[in-house]
Design a protein around this ligand. Structure first.
Ligand code: HEC
Length: 92
């Protein structure tokens, strides 16, 4: 019985150590995606950016231009998160 308990505890800690970093990464990814979908669908469909691939520098220029159109609806910090998200998922 004691042996089983030990194995159980070992399994639980393995799962915990394995899953915590994974869920943190996913949460950060979902946040960036969610933010992108919210901010970048105000004026046009997200298919507009999603149909393109650009270098990180080009995404920076595009997002900064969009931020200019948005008149305060996209903060500096949000722009950085979206630039990083697009450079990673739609980079070239
Ligand atoms: C305030 C309105 C507005 C918002 C918010 C907005 N856009 Fe745009 N977007 C436009 C307009 C207007 C155009 C067409 C004129 C142009 O390209 O500058 C455009 C065009 C685009 C294009 C095609 C032109 C190109 O450079 O490839 C992309 C890609 C794009 N937007 C991405 C985004 C992204 C990413 C976001 C979120 C950060 C965003 N937009 C948010 C108004 C907006």
């Amino acid at each position: 019985m004691k042996g089983l308990l030990k194995i159980g505890l070992l399994l639980v800690s393995l799962v915990a150590f394995g899953l915590i970093p994974l869920s943190v990464t996913n949460a950060a990814e979902n946040d960036a995606k969610g933010l992108f979908e919210k901010r970048c669908s105000i004026c046009h469909a997200t298919s507009r950016p999603l149909g393109k691939t650009k270098s990180a520098e080009e995404w920076r220029q595009t997002v900064i231009r969009m931020k200019g159109y948005a008149g305060g609806k996209i903060s500096d910090e949000e722009a950085e998160i979206i630039i990083e998200y697009l450079s990673e998922t739609r980079g070239k």
